[in-house]
Design a protein around this ligand. Structure first.
Ligand SMILES: [Cu+2]
Length: 281
């Protein structure tokens, strides 16, 4: 995507975070927590929860007894409209209890299916269990949303499609590159071992050593597989010395091309960059 698009999206995400008090939170991608023995959770499901920890997610609209129900999945292209959805159980009851992990109860990622746009939003939970967030789908096309949350001891990422009618012009995935530029920053990606990702942020040729915490870590990363848009588990690697970049461990489930969306915060603003990675086995 063009730098301009990224800049706009980054700004939008930043604004949304402020508007909804998107309290800092580590992404649900921080890893499956062991189930806490919630009374509603049958024993066999607990084992599945653990087993599912390393598989890609986001490919299903329902998983382990919970379903994502979008109120209206068609948007007027280029117009900001409310996106409303609920999480319901097998009996159709609306789920209202979401566990705040590091402060946030639900992360919403929105991408166009050609992976040429990215938004990271924090919807607001209404008293009736409806989540809502203003959303603009700027260009026509089919979009994928991911709702990443914890409920009843489960760490889930459910996916659904939205559409923005109009003249759809798909763009190819940008070529693989180890440097991405955004908002006057240059971000360099080093991958020393498969999935061991380290991002170094520079401005004016000098490394930025005072990155601010964003969502409970030094940065936030979402990795999606080209072709089916599987959503990868990514773990921030904390404990590195300050200023030594932003490190993550991603689990590539197969050979493919992947699009990595990195967000970091500096001087009070959130910036979004993206990288294409080609993984061979
Ligand atoms: Cu989030």
């Amino acid at each position: 995507m063009g730098a301009q698009t990224i800049r706009r999206l980054a700004t939008f995400a930043g604004v949304a975070t402020l508007a909804f008090g998107g309290a800092a939170a580590a992404g649900g991608a921080l890893g499956a927590e062991p189930p806490n023995g919630s009374s509603a959770e049958p024993k066999h499901a607990m084992a599945e929860t653990h087993a599912a920890g390393h598989a890609p997610v986001g490919l299903a609209i329902a998983d382990r007894g919970l379903r994502l129900e979008v109120a209206d999945a068609t948007f007027d292209t280029g117009r900001t409209e409310p996106l409303r959805f609920r999480i319901v159980d097998d009996a159709g009851r609306t789920v209202r209890d979401f566990e705040a992990e590091h402060g946030a109860r639900l992360h919403l990622i929105v991408v166009r299916r050609d992976l040429n746009s990215y938004q990271h939003l924090h919807p607001r939970l209404g008293a009736d269990g409806t989540w809502s967030v203003p959303l603009e789908l700027r260009e026509a096309g089919s979009y994928r949303i991911y709702a990443d949350f914890h409920s009843g001891g489960r760490d889930l990422t459910l996916g659904a499609d939205l559409s923005a009618p109009g003249d759809f012009q798909p763009r190819p995935l940008p070529a693989e590159s180890t440097v991405a530029k955004v908002d006057g920053y240059a971000v360099e990606l080093n991958e020393r071992a498969p999935g061991a990702l380290k991002f170094t942020v520079r401005r004016g040729g000098r490394e930025v050593t005072d990155l601010q915490p964003y969502l409970g870590a030094r940065g936030h990363l979402v990795a999606l597989r080209e072709g089916d848009l599987a959503y990868l588990h990514v773990h921030p690697e904390e404990g590195a010395t300050p200023g030594a970049g932003i490190s993550f461990m991603a689990e590539y489930p197969s050979a493919s091309r992947y699009r990595l969306f990195l967000q970091f915060k500096h001087d009070g603003r959130v910036h979004t960059t993206a990288f294409t990675r080609e993984v061979t086995r």
